[in-house]
Design a protein around this ligand. Sequence first.
Ligand code: DHB
Length: 366
Amino acid sequence: AQAQEIFKIGLILPMTGASASTGRQIEAAAKLYMAQNGDTVAGKKVQLIVKDDTGVADVTKRLAQELIVNDKVGAVAGFGLTPLALSVAPLATQAKVPQVVMAAATATITEASPFIVRTSFTLPQATQPMAEWASANGMKKVVTLVTDYGPGIDAEKTFTATFTKAGGTVENMRVPLANPDFSPFLQKVADAKPDALFVFVPSGYGAQFMRQFTERGLDKSGIKLIGTGDVTDDDLLNGMGDAALGVVTSHHYSAVHDSAENKAFVAAFKKAAGFRPNFMGVGGYDGMHVLYEGLKKTNGVGGEALVNAIKGMAWTSVRGPVSIDPQTRDIIQNVYIRKVEKVDGELHNVEFATIPNVKDPVKAAK
Ligand code: DHB
């Protein structure tokens, strides 16, 4: 008998370091997807190879090179932070290997290689609805505080442009990605007394931010805390305590998203992994979905054919209805406005408004 062909997926993730929760989420979700959908697709055996890049771009790049050249993977996937995704883009282009970005969310990433497909989100996509909501809800003066790199700068620019166009005023502050200390910035916010503080920190950094926000007494200052949902990600949120109650954010996924698909997903994920899924887990789960469904369409052929098969794909995700924009290879999805509330004794992002089928606004404007 002929040996069955293998389609290898190199899953490169930060499994240690400040973004370890992103790695832990995506690994658990990819394994769950395979447990639920089997490990053969289009006659090929699917093999997941998980590598820890520790959140360092040089390591991501070296691992991707090894996976492509030595292991001959059919796809590279994961990418917990923007610089990690960007470091691999030239390799994907050169080797014609699909690169599924499951986490990183700076708008420009998909432009770095025609082999990139993204199942996470973009910061402009998540931020614009928040700026519109803030303006429509009577806020006039907002301070933005963002982590000083790609996604934070995207969030700052989108919030500022949208909110000032609607007549508001904005003051911008940026905090470093490595070992951030939010305290001096939070003191300035307390002195400036805006209607709201808009915050972006990457997934995994929210707990420290909330602790310093509370230590400075800002939870009792009357300054409303708003942001994209990265700061209240469902993995860490429940440990943040009651200071997080009432925080309003915009994002594409909540663990209490009300759909049959999501209820089944959350139950299966918790059972398999032992913790709550967050938006990173869902990016990983849907990233596996596009690879599986793409391979079915190409009869197991990879490379450019696989990327083309993924373009335009539409399905009901656990986050709601989604599709892959055939022009940009970014995901088109609903953005929800949510408020932190207690549900069955746990803190959750409870969705209360939906902005349907949002494209990345930066690329839509080009
Ligand atoms: C990125 C990382 C995150 O953890 C997040 O929540 C959003 C964006 C990034 O580096 O692109």
